[in-house]
Design a protein around this ligand. Structure first.
Ligand code: NAD
Length: 515
């Protein structure tokens, strides 16, 4: 769905009222201020005294000022989640009943699609033309996940005539979900729906950069009939609210999406507390491999660019290492240069805008610093390479960089902006060796019409989702039930499909002696 041009989004933004209070035990409540340490100004809009602002990265205006949830709030939310879990009003009802509630939740999300898209767009700069289909896709994934719930089965094991042996799956209990800002609503739903679907209670802490759509999700889940305490939403800073949740001894499972750096810290917190189960979806530096036998080189060039510029490059599966067979390197570079140079950023609330700003100043500075370092080290800036001063705000021009060794930090580190490096390769084995020469293992894209070549590589190239001849995006696959699991510094734990549901359960077996 593209953004309806009849809507005046600026006016909608001006009329918007937001409720920034957390949702605990089925209600909007005020943040408790007792026992809070002072928070001092920091990188992520923190304004001191346990408060933070979310700031529109296009025009620098404060969208909302929020209080960061502290220990008393975290304890209350976890207690509420635990109580609801033990009461069984959600955890022990039938899968069919849970499915019906989650289907109503999907209806509510669709009914509020424009408001939810507007909130994400205002807080992190995603163009409204992308935010609307993003919410629509998320609602479809909620629906397809809900529809899968009452079709799952458990196992009867072979056993002697007078015994019965079963393999069962049971929910973890209380699941904490800590999520990033790049697709605020989409990523949160990708955690809370499978967790709830399998009977867990959830405490969600969205990113401090974009919390508002997640808070509205809490309202909508209640409107759909979720019992109080099954979904609590706590806005807050990572090193405060997130840390408290990750260290909490009554959280059974922590599902995290975010940077590898934070993922490592959360592993320590799990070890320091109750050894809670972990699901970590972290960063990536994914390859796009371009082989000889392509059809329309212009079309491939367009998709390659989309693969690293979409959502201003703030996509975990962005294809930011473009590896090209030597025969096509020069003609492709020429096309890519023109295409990347032609990308223009604009106001996210204009329905015609396709490229928005980076999400905040920290991202802007990080992207600029990485490009400057590559330039200093002798790279060729094929296109872009600077801030987009015409668009203003946190806009950065899409950038393509050549002539760097693959070992260079620009080719190895996740940058999270509309920037990519390009290198030639000689032969399939070198292509594979370069593709897998990364500490990450999130996703990979192959461009070839040779099906035998592609299928021969699918199992060997590192990455959960492998996409052939299309722009990488796990979303549509999740609608139809595909499951992915990262490798290396990209984390662990399955997402999507049946494996993604099972990740929110643990295995249990039972043996009966009959008669
Ligand atoms: P981040 O790690 O800075 O923050 C993610 C979340 O963790 C936020 O809610 C933050 O408040 C919280 N957090 C930060 N420090 C914490 C701490 N010490 N304890 C507890 N919680 C803490 O990541 P980000 O900048 O918000 O998001 C961008 C990152 O997310 C990129 O690395 C991107 O690749 C990754 N990402 C991965 C996937 C995936 O599926 N693998 C999807 C989307 C984004």
């Amino acid at each position: 769905m593209s953004a309806p041009s009849s809507i005046d989004w600026q006016q909608r933004a001006r009329q918007l009222t937001v409720d920034v209070r957390p949702i605990i035990d089925g209600e909007r409540v005020d943040v408790r201020i007792d026992g809070r340490g002072d928070m001092h100004g920091g990188e992520r809009g923190e304004v001191g005294e346990g408060r933070f602002d979310s700031v529109n990265p296009h025009d620098g205006r404060v969208v909302a000022s929020l209080a960061s949830c502290g220990e008393a709030d975290v304890d209350a939310a976890v207690l509420s989640a635990r109580r609801t879990f033990e009461q069984g009003t959600w955890s022990r009802i039938s899968a069919h009943e849970r499915s019906r509630t989650l289907l109503r939740f999907a209806d509510e999300i669709e009914r509020h699609q424009e408001e939810l898209a507007l909130l994400d767009s205002l807080e992190m700069g995603m163009p409204i033309s992308s935010a609307l289909p993003d919410v629509a896709l998320a609602a479809r994934i909620v629906r397809s996940t809900a529809e899968r719930l009452d079709k799952l089965s458990e196992q009867v094991l072979p056993s002697a005539a007078h015994t019965l042996a079963l393999n069962l799956r049971v929910p973890h209990g209380v699941v904490a979900a800590i999520t990033p800002w790049n697709f605020p609503l989409y990523v949160a739903l990708g955690k809370i729906v499978p967790a709830l679907g399998m009977g867990n209670s959830v405490v969600l802490k969205p990113s401090e950069i974009a919390s508002l759509s997640c808070l509205r999700l809490g309202d909508l889940a209640m409107a759909a009939g979720l019992p109080a305490g099954a979904l609590n939403v706590l806005p807050g800073l990572g090193r405060e609210t997130g840390r408290l949740l990750a260290l909490h001894n009554d959280v059974d499972c922590l599902s995290f999406t975010g940077s590898t750096t934070t993922g490592r810290v959360l592993m320590q917190y799990a070890g320091q507390s109750n050894l809670k189960a972990l699901l970590l979806e972290c960063g990536g530096k994914s390859p796009q491999l371009v082989f000889d036998d392509l059809g329309d080189l212009d079309a491939v060039a367009e998709s390659l660019v989309q693969g690293f510029v979409w959502n201003c490059g703030q996509v975990c599966v962005a294809g930011t290492r473009i590896l090209v067979t030597r025969a096509l390197y020069a003609p492709l570079l020429q096309r890519l240069s023109a295409l990347v140079e032609s990308q223009r950023g604009g106001d996210p609330l204009q329905p015609s805008t396709v490229l928005g700003p980076l999400a905040n100043r920290v991202q802007l500075e990080r992207v600029g610093a990485m490009v400057d370092a590559a330039r200093r080290d002798g790279a060729t800036i094929v296109a872009g390479g600077a801030r987009d001063t015409a668009a203003g705000g946190c806009h950065y021009r899409p950038t393509l960089i050549a002539d760097l060794p693959h070992a260079h930090v620009f080719m190895q580190e996740e940058i999270f902006g509309p920037v990519a490096g390009i290198l030639p390769f000689d032969g399939v084995e070198q292509a594979l060796q370069l593709a897998n020469d990364s500490r990450y293992g999130l996703s990979a894209t192959l461009w070839t019409r040779d099906v035998a070549l592609a299928h021969g590589l699918v199992r060997r190239v590192r990455g959960g989702p492998v996409t052939v001849n299309a722009v990488a995006s796990p979303g549509p696959g999740h609608v139809s039930g595909s499951s992915v699991e990262p490798a290396g510094a990209s984390g662990f734990g399955a997402e999507g499909g049946t494996a993604g549901l099972m990740a929110y359960t643990r295995a249990k077996s039972v043996h009966y002696r009959l008669g």
